[in-house]
Design a protein around this ligand. Structure first.
Ligand code: HEM
Length: 494
């Protein structure tokens, strides 16, 4: 039994931190060339074992939660931000129940009400924000420019608070909430994962912001309870009065902490994705035009006005769907999914092995790292893998034949990925929302939010880019576009 090969490094404790931090995708692909699909590297004193490819994804994402623990890998980052007794600060079985409660809030009945609210927020933003002045002037010959990350981050928090987070949060956004959120967010970075407690301002601000934010939600819950207000269609309403299987009700602080967790889970993931989508659309006006024409075909009324999309109609729009899917393929917001080995974990021989009759064993205490961000752009798996091409998803021959090359698994057998596998199983190369037990439950909401924001914008403005699509910045928790990220726009005729 031997440990997986260790990536060679110069500085003992620092290890490969620089290469991994700069560009994890390149680092992983380079390591794969040298060491194969499974290897370990040192990251500031920690040993991290990476498993790549669909089999590697399956090994980690499909691993037993009692052996590969998400809470052990994440809690020191998340608990100071989210708070006690939820998500990774409780036994995994409770997280599974909490996800079920949240799913109840993310039901179609609520989603139907959200489309109009999101549209309304986007229009208000376009009619108010100074970067949309050229649009507000009503002149179709006037080009303006907006910083896409700024605009989409604002729109994301406005729309998420108007819908999921609820009226009180939306109202507070214009006041103190924004600063508290910013301080909390400043404590949710790779640095805080590496070092959970340092005597630095960002840590103090994080802890103070957590207290304020938690109390803010608790106050909302108590006021609603006192006033008997049960008419809201938001997540707070869905979580109030929920009971664990053991009969214990979900307490106010638990609801508050789940709300913070949802805020953090949805904000950067959606705003990064929305920003990448708009950058690529501005870079490829022919795709933006196809998206616009799809909207015209389905929603333009004879008098030239726009009809709102119905929730059920959104998934029936192939151009919109392919644009989102393809952007999540090239730019999944999360590049490293982590677990911690609670005991020694044998690596399946089909994935990697030191010799004909040997096996690798990942030692207890290692971080296990899965990266769909690698398998989603792997040239071994995808045609023109680094090219943003939404049409790959809309191939009449089927994704399995056209979008992928066939893939030789470790046994040399040919593997075809059918459409179902592409979006679901733990062995899929495509998993922007993760897979298995810890899979994202926000996918439908994110699709709804992104689709509505995108449709509302594209109906009203043309987009152009006067520079190449910027590269990814890996130094943040979520992969964001580097600068320049300004997009040129011009108001459409109607
Ligand atoms: C989990 C991605 C939006 C809530 C995950 C995971 C990924 C992911 C990759 C798996 C993490 C892991 O296995 O360690 C995304 C992307 C989003 C998005 C790409 C948007 C484009 C959202 C939204 C919400 C949300 C809007 C809430 C409304 C969650 C929750 C989990 C999760 C509760 C479960 C964590 C667990 O079980 O450990 N997400 N997410 N996500 N996400 Fe999302």
């Amino acid at each position: 039994k031997s440990k997986p090969p260790l990536v060679w490094h110069w500085i003992p404790i620092f290890g490969s931190a620089a290469a991994y931090g700069q560009d994890p995708i390149k680092f992983f692909l380079d390591c794969r060339d040298k060491y194969g699909n499974v290897f370990s590297f040192i990251l500031l004193g920690r040993r991290v074992t990476v498993a790549l490819g669909p089999d590697g994804n399956n090994f980690i994402m499909g691993g037993k939660h009692t052996v590969m623990s998400a809470e052990d890998a994440y809690t020191h980052l998340t608990t100071p931000v989210f708070g006690k007794d939820v998500v990774y600060d409780c036994p995994n079985e409770l997280l599974m129940e909490q996800k079920k409660f949240v799913k109840y809030g993310l039901r179609n009945d609520n989603f139907r009400a959200y489309v109009g609210m999101i549209e309304d927020e986007v229009l208000q933003f376009m009619n108010k924000d100074s970067s949309f002045r050229a649009y507000q002037m009503n002149d179709i010959n006037e080009w303006g420019s907006f910083d896409v990350l700024h605009a989409i981050s604002e729109i994301t928090i406005l729309t998420a608070s108007r819908t999921l987070q609820g009226k009180e949060v939306r109202d507070a956004l214009d006041k103190t909430y924004a600063q508290v959120y910013a301080d909390l967010d400043g404590g949710f970075t790779p640095l805080h994962w590496l070092f959970p407690h340092l005597p630095l301002p960002s840590y103090r601000k994080r802890d103070a912001a957590h207290k304020k934010m938690s109390q803010f939600y608790i106050d909302i819950i108590q006021k609603r309870r006192e006033s008997g207000n049960q008419s809201e269609v938001d997540m707070i309403a869905a979580l109030m009065d929920q009971k664990y299987r053991n009969g214990k009700i979900l307490q106010d602080h638990e609801i508050a902490h789940i709300m913070i967790a949802l805020l953090m889970a949805g904000q950067h993931t959606s705003s990064a994705t929305g920003s990448w989508i708009l950058l690529h659309l501005a870079d490829k006006p022919e795709v933006a035009e196809a998206l616009y024409q799809e909207q015209v075909k389905h929603f333009r009324q004879p008098d030239g006005s726009w009809r709102s999309m119905q929730y059920e109609e959104i998934r029936e729009l192939p151009v919109l769907d392919c644009v989102i899917r393809e952007t999540l393929r090239m730019h999944p917001p999360i590049h490293s999914i982590m677990r911690k080995a609670r005991s020694d974990v044998p690596v399946p021989r089909t994935l990697a092995a030191p010799s004909e009759d040997g096996t690798y064993v990942v030692p207890q205490g290692d971080i296990l790292l899965s990266s769909a961000a690698v398998s989603q752009v792997d040239p071994l798996l995808w045609r023109n893998s680094f090219e943003w091409d939404p049409t790959r998803w809309n191939d009449p021959e089927g994704v399995a034949q056209q979008a992928y090359k066939q893939y030789d698994d470790a046994n040399g057998q040919k593997v075809d990925f059918g459409f179902g596998l592409v979006s679901k199983g733990t062995e899929s190369p495509y998993q922007p929302f993760g897979a298995g037990r810890h899979r994202c439950i926000g996918e439908q909401f994110a699709y709804l939010q992104l689709s509505t924001v995108l449709a509302t914008l594209i109906r009203r403005v043309e987009l152009r880019l006067d520079h190449p699509v910027p590269g990814p910045n890996y130094q943040t928790m979520i992969i964001l576009p580097k600068t320049p990220r300004n997009i040129l726009y011009r108001r459409r005729e109607f």
